[in-house]
Design a protein around this ligand. Structure first.
Ligand SMILES: [Zn+2]
Length: 451
């Protein structure tokens, strides 16, 4: 197929993507428009097909330097599973305690993830206050209920590597810390066992075995390696990213500072930041956390068609003309969907996450402005609200508007706009759709919270 044909075929898809993205990220702020360096950094991570899950007990337990290094530096899909929402902690900002404080700290975690690039999961476990004992912790949480939630996240996310923040020995101090390590170890095995929590399999989840489980060894108070450093894996997470203009430890400090209710602001650090990992389960690693894991698209059936398209896009990316790589990006978007469909479950979580990220890169490369504003800030179920959607094509790439709609956030927006070509580059197009209808879908909040 010639490039011109590819471009024509691709154009309608382009705008449908834009609209779905707009629907899922609508909030009362100006849409973020990444610059060319951020777009190039995002493009780089699309080529990496690996994932890692970090497990601890509370908001602020997570190692944000490691999360930033993994998500931004290595480009692997990265998530933090905080077993609780920190309901039992202190609040230096306001009077919220208990569940209300849990809400505050949930938002602080989500804000931190938007900075360091990782995703966020929780379980139903409640932070009931300090205890030294994992046994007491399980009396409050219910061991099997908590384990079931951790197993569910592992089966949902399918991490290549699981990292526990704390050891099972009690050195983590808080009994909930120790319990998080116990659960990470038990979930490593239980997630792979179809006999454990079979009700999850009936819901469409599948057993999953990570390649390995490691402990992110403490090294808080010393610049020196831990005493048994020769037996643990060492990874420097202090690298500098010229595209972002920051090192991962600088990003980490900004992420950490989002834990405002706990006064967790920390100064930015630069230079080497060695982290240490002790082997716990699975195949031991000797050189890298992802030893033996294929981090390329070739790990998936059909992925061999995705890899060269993304590689070509990365090679040809021109910051002054990012739209020039849209044909490769649109083609890889379609190929990713085929890869996901080939999986026996009909979808691969990592592939779906990469497709979502690719949608953002496509929008950024096209310079498309997509914005939806509502006349009223809220709508009750069954009510109506007028929504005005503004679309501006600011590149010379041909774009056709197929439809205007929304399929998430509990909003059912009638699709009223007909096909129309968006003029480029100077002229914009403005489409208006009325009558968004509130539904009760938002009540069924999923366990996973996107970043
Ligand atoms: Zn903690």
């Amino acid at each position: 197929m010639t490039e011109a044909k590819t471009r024509r075929a691709a154009a309608p898809l382009l705008l449908l993507i834009a609209l779905l993205l707009a629907a899922t990220t609508a909030r009362a702020q100006k849409p973020a428009q990444p610059d060319a360096a951020q777009t190039q950094a995002a493009l780089r991570t699309l080529s990496v097909a690996g994932s890692v899950l970090y497990v601890a007990a509370h908001p602020d337990d997570e190692n944000t330097a490691l999360l930033a290094y993994l998500a931004r530096g290595r480009g692997v899909r990265t998530a933090y599973l905080s077993l609780t929402r920190g309901d039992g902690g202190q609040n230096i900002l306001g009077s919220e305690k208990g569940a209300l404080l849990g809400l505050v700290r949930t938002q602080e975690l989500l804000a931190a993830r938007r900075v360091d690039g990782a995703e966020q999961f929780f379980t139903r476990a409640i932070d009931f206050g300090f205890t030294r004992s994992p046994e007491e912790t399980f009396r409050f949480w219910g061991h099997d209920a908590a384990l079931s939630d951790v197993v569910r996240v592992v089966r949902l996310f399918r991490p290549d590597v699981i990292i526990a923040r704390f050891p099972t020995t009690g050195e983590g101090g808080h009994g909930q810390h120790t319990a998080s390590a116990v659960l990470a170890g038990e979930a490593f095995d239980a997630a792979a066992d179809p006999a454990r929590f079979p009700e999850q399999l009936k819901e469409g989840l599948r057993p999953w075995r990570a390649k390995r489980l490691v402990w992110n060894v403490f090294n808080f108070r010393s610049a020196d390696p831990p005493k048994d450093a020769e037996r643990v894996l060492s990874v420097d997470v202090g690298g500098y990213d010229p595209l972002l203009g920051r090192s991962y430890t600088e990003i980490a400090a900004e992420s950490r500072t989002k834990h405002m209710s706990q006064a967790q602001g920390t100064p930015e650090r630069r230079g080497p930041a060695p982290n240490y990992f002790a082997h716990l389960k699975g195949e031991p690693a000797t050189r890298d956390l992802f030893d033996g894991v294929d981090l390329t698209w070739r790990r998936y059936a059909g992925g061999e068609t995705v890899a060269p398209l993304l590689e070509e896009a990365a090679r040809k990316f021109d910051p002054a003309r990012p739209q020039a790589v849209l044909p490769q990006l649109l083609a890889s978007y379609r190929e990713m969907e085929k890869v996901s469909r080939r999986d026996e479950a009909g979808r691969v979580p990592l592939v779906e996450a990469k497709r979502e990220a690719l949608r953002g890169v496509i929008l950024a490369c096209a310079g498309l402005w997509v914005e939806a504003t509502a006349a009223e800030p809220y709508v009750v179920p069954g009510g109506e609200v007028k929504v005005t959607t503004t679309l501006v094509n600011r590149s010379d790439f041909p774009v056709r508007l197929e439809t205007v709609g929304a399929s998430s956030a509990g909003v059912d927006l009638p699709r009223r706009a007909g096909p129309r070509t968006l003029q480029s580059p100077a002229a914009g197009a403005r489409r208006r759709a009325r009558g968004a209808r509130g539904t009760d879908a938002a009540r069924h909040a999923p366990l996973r919270r996107s970043r």
